[in-house]
Design a binder for this molecule. Structure first.
Ligand code: NDP
Length: 297
């Protein structure tokens, strides 16, 4: 069975690696060298265009920054729309937005092509280990076709509801992540300023009710060490939290915290730039306060 994977970025590449031994895999990437390198390193072929990748594929997977890029790959002479065969399924692993996904699904449906939004959580390390959480939106029959493919890189695969439901759940999850990073950063910076070391503060918090994945894993591994590896862009988290804030507003839900965190992350993105990692957000709070948290040299 031919499977196509489009978007070999930080998380797409390790996800695609799990598919290479299982299927006839065709990969496409905007920067073609990345696809050629992937094909040379794994059992896969490099497609010359999105249409080339999609032609003859039963399953096409996209993993791009936003739903806008996914939609843009449908159209034009090199686009997927004209190449996808009736009965094929597009699985979109992008952390996208529900409304664009519903539009994409409707366009594909006119051609007998199914759609599942299937954003993932677990980071690059979870993708490398093949233990991602995958949250899905789509109809039951399409979901059944998608599930065996998702099992190649996913450990927990949850059908959340109709098209867009996966993206909505992912956006809310990301908003929680954004809240945790921002709140922990403010708290640790204040404690440092008052003379309580971050090491001591995290030791207490991680044995107390305020702990989170951010305090237990992200900060010890990335902030305490000052390593700040670039695995997930702040720009992408900003996009995710904006989707959550818009989603809540569109549904008439009073959501002051989501709106505020979305604004704060946009400001952090402006200060730190497009390449910064999401955990570097703490550096904005450090600059504002004039103290650094984490292990001292
Ligand atoms: P990266 O920025 O590392 O990679 C983005 C990918 O999209 C690259 O393959 C890039 O191609 C491609 N791309 C960018 N713009 C376009 C375009 N206009 N047309 C076609 N292709 C394009 O992002 P990630 O891999 O980190 O993220 C991908 C998705 O997964 C995002 O939605 C993100 O929110 C989500 N995600 C990421 C996680 C992570 O830990 N990194 C965790 C969970 C979800 P090129 O090589 O040419 O730049």
């Amino acid at each position: 069975m031919k499977v196509a994977f489009l978007g070999l970025g930080a998380i797409g590449a390790p996800m695609a690696r799990h598919l290479a031994p299982l299927y006839t895999l065709s990969v496409w990437n905007r920067t073609a060298d990345r696809a050629r390198q992937f094909a040379a390193d794994h059992k896969a072929s490099a497609a010359t265009s999105p249409a080339d990748a999609a032609r003859g594929a039963s399953i096409v997977i996209t993993c791009l920054p936003t739903s806008r890029e996914v939609e843009s790959l449908l159209d034009g002479a090199d686009g997927m729309l004209g190449a996808l065969e009736s009965g094929a399924t597009l699985i979109d692993c992008t952390s996208g937005d529900p409304a664009t996904s519903r539009r994409i699904a409707a366009r594909l449906s006119e051609r007998g092509v199914g759609f599942v939004d299937a954003p993932v959580s677990g980071g690059v390390s979870g993708a490398t280990k093949g233990i991602l959480t995958v949250m899905c939106g789509g109809d039951e029959a399409t979901m059944q076709r998608a599930r065996p493919i998702l099992e190649a890189f996913g450990e927990k695969i949850v059908h959340c509801g109709p098209v867009g439901a996966g993206h909505a759940v992912k956006a809310v999850n990301q908003a929680m992540l954004g809240v945790h990073i921002w709140a922990l950063s403010e708290g640790l910076v204040a404690l440092e300023k008052a003379g309580v070391s971050t090491e001591t503060a995290l030791d207490v918090i991680n044995a107390s009710s305020g702990r989170s994945n951010t305090s237990m894993n992200l900060f010890p591994e990335r902030v305490m060490t000052r390593a700040f590896p670039r695995t997930f862009k702040l720009a992408l988290m900003d996009k995710d939290v904006r989707i959550a804030a818009d989603f809540a507003r569109e549904h008439g839900v009073t959501s002051p915290l989501l709106q505020l965190v979305s604004e704060l992350l946009r400001e952090a993105r402006r200060e730190l730039g497009e390449e910064a990692d999401h955990v570097e957000t703490v550096q904005v709070l450090e600059r504002w306060a004039g103290v650094a948290v984490g292990r001292k040299a």
